[in-house]
Ligand binder design. Structure first.
Ligand code: PGA
Length: 247
């Protein structure tokens, strides 16, 4: 893993946006995997700025989001559809047909998962996948467990994840129990991965991830250790417990 440690969230956001923009310059029809949550918000803000300055063109970019809550329609303010349009897509020139997000309100969820994988497979694989990381080591909504599923599937959210995400909802009981997530296999097939982590709450999982050379389904992000092209951007707080960095 190539680990870049920056001062703070602002620098992390700028660095991540720069890396994504450079990939788009190299390949205008980049197949870009996207994440939601708090961490990539600044990256989206910076990418919008670069777009407005004419420094990046999204007209041929194809995006696939990692996940969506089951039961929330795209117009629901807590859906990742809503998040992506509000924070990114409505501010840039990406054509609607190039945007892919699993439909959490689909009548047949299993069928929706299959369709999602088929759409990804049409492009063979994702060129660059942006990832956040859960405090429990999840990536996408691939939660720790006895096994990990390779393809897009429905997953039961871990209580730790529901609690962490409750801040976006009125109350904990409003946080959905299930989500659709891209599987570990699809993520691992991405040519390049960009892993972002910011803040003290991520320090423990980041130190575990970098301090242990083993791979375990109990820490889904540990599989990134065997991916050939992962760039990590951590801010000082997220990196603060990495062994050997001193304090
Ligand atoms: P966060 O979520 O960016 O809101 O911390 C990351 C994740 O759960 O993958």
């Amino acid at each position: 893993m190539n680990v870049i440690i920056v001062r703070d969230y602002d620098e992390l956001s700028k660095k991540a946006a720069q890396i994504v923009a450079n990939e788009i310059k190299k390949k205008p029809n980049l197949v870009l995997g996207l994440a939601t949550g708090s961490t990539p918000l600044g990256m989206y803000r910076e990418l919008v700025k670069l777009y407005k300055k004419g420094e990046v063109d999204f007209s041929q970019v194809i995006t696939f989001n990692l996940d969506e809550y089951v039961g929330l329609s795209p117009s629901d303010k807590n859906s990742y559809h809503y998040y992506m349009y509000e924070n990114f897509f409505k501010h840039i020139n990406i054509p609607q047909q190039n945007i892919h997000i699993p439909d959490g309100a689909a009548e047949n969820i299993e069928e929706e998962c299959r369709r999602y994988d088929e759409k990804i497979m049409k492009h063979q694989r994702i060129d660059m996948q942006v990832l956040g990381i859960g405090t429990n080591g999840h990536i996408g909504f691939n939660e720790p467990g006895d096994e990990l599923i390779t393809t897009t599937h429905v997953t039961k959210l871990a209580e730790e994840t529901r609690k962490a995400n409750a801040r976006f909802f009125e109350s904990l009981d409003k946080v959905p129990q299930y989500a659709i997530t891209m599987g570990l296999g699809t993520i691992m097939k991405a040519k390049k991965i960009l892993l972002l982590a910011s803040g003290k709450s991520k320090a423990k999982i980041i130190s575990e991830l970098l301090g242990d050379e083993s791979v375990s389904t109990k820490v889904p992000a540990s599989f990134l250790l065997i991916h050939p092209d992962v760039t990590c951007i951590f801010d000082e707080e997220a990196a603060s417990l990495i062994k050997g960095r001193g304090e």
